[in-house]
Design a protein around this ligand. Structure first.
Ligand code: PEP
Ligand code: MG
Length: 325
């Protein structure tokens, strides 16, 4: 099976009727790049940088981060590398960063909320990413954005980092693209405003499902309620994609749903042209994509919007799910 899937790696990544859907990889270390190339991913749609900060006792310095981001940028040789700024807290704690004890860490002090307070950490990381942008097709992505205010504050720090590098004569890509994760219901609801101020959205379905359904993604007691096919999720996705389209903002998806072949017809229905997933999922999704028809999109969407339960959603998607090799 694996060998047969491997034969697909070098086929164009498109539907049976010729619509390109880029299949990118989510990675958290340089080591995973081997599989990115082996499976011929279109690039890295999500580099989870928190793993650079884990399993150690101090924060990584700018030089160390720069070396890693530069290596990713160079190895990708012009393919996209979307580097996400630190997303700690919640399900990703750091031993050496004391965060307050929280009853509800998922709703607490995490990700961009910490970075906007810890200018020292944020600026170090932004400088490292900017410097790497000189060596490849690097983009910056902020996680957990809930408001325009947060986005603008993050961008102010980015401008400060740029201005420092300019003064120091250190090269970086001036026009580096900046995007945000859409993973909070608030971000979905103001996606029209956010889309005016960013170059791209990446939909983080893992957290989006958690927050829309109020189901802690780490809590096994309620795991059966964690349902990406709940009709409320479809509504959230539609709002996001429509907002992005109105403003010409690129949209990709980087949560687990991107690599779930049961959801592929949904992405075709929404006309999403980039999915970023774990490297292990790429060829399975590609196999399914090659047998899916882009021209079925409007019919699938029409069926989905009439669904009122998750079961109806799955039943509507099922005829379009291809698993045969
Ligand atoms: C997400 O929330 O969907 C996502 C991709 O980010 P993470 O899983 O790292 O929170
Ligand atoms: Mg997330």
């Amino acid at each position: 099976m694996r060998e047969r899937l491997q034969l697909l790696a070098h086929l164009p990544s498109q539907t049976a009727d010729g619509r390109t859907v880029q299949l990118a990889a989510n990675i958290s270390s340089v080591k995973e790049l081997d599989l990115v190339f082996k499976n011929n991913a279109s690039g890295v749609g999500l580099f989870r940088t928190e793993f650079l900060y884990m399993d150690r006792s101090t924060f990584p310095e700018e030089e160390e981060q720069f070396a890693v981001y530069r290596e990713v940028a160079e190895q990708l040789q012009g393919k996209r590398a979307v580097i996400r700024t630190l997303d700690i807290g919640g399900d990703k704690p750091l031993d050496y960063l004391e965060l307050p004890e929280e009853d509800n860490p998922s709703l607490g002090y995490r990700a961009i909320r910490v970075m906007l307070d810890r200018k020292d950490l944020f600026k170090t990381q932004l400088r490292a990413i900017l410097r790497a942008s000189h060596y490849g097709n690097v983009r910056i992505m902020y996680p957990m954005i809930a408001s325009l205010d947060e986005l603008r504050k993050a961008n102010e720090m980015l401008e400060e980092a740029k201005s420092e590098l300019r003064t120091e004569g250190i090269p970086f890509r001036e026009e580096i693209e900046v995007g945000i994760m859409i993973e909070l219901p608030a971000a979905v609801m103001i996606s029209d405003s956010l889309a005016r101020e960013v170059d791209f959205f990446s939909i983080g379905t893992n957290d989006l499902v958690q927050y829309v359904l109020a189901v802690d993604r780490m809590n096994e007691t309620v795991a059966h309620l964690y349902d990406p096919f709940h009709p409320a999720i479809l509504q959230m996705l539609r709002i996001t994609v429509d907002s992005a389209r109105r403003h010409g903002t690129h949209v990709s998806v980087c949560g687990e749903m991107a690599g779930d072949i049961r959801a592929l017809p949904l992405w075709i229905a929404l006309d999403v042209s980039e999915l970023s997933m774990s490297v292990q999922s790429i060829l399975r999704v590609k196999n399914s994509l090659l047998q899916t028809r882009h021209s079925d999109g409007p019919k699938i969407l029409g069926d989905l919007v009439r669904c009122t339960t998750s079961k109806e959603m799955m039943d509507a998607l099922n005829p379009y799910v291809h698993t045969d090799l």
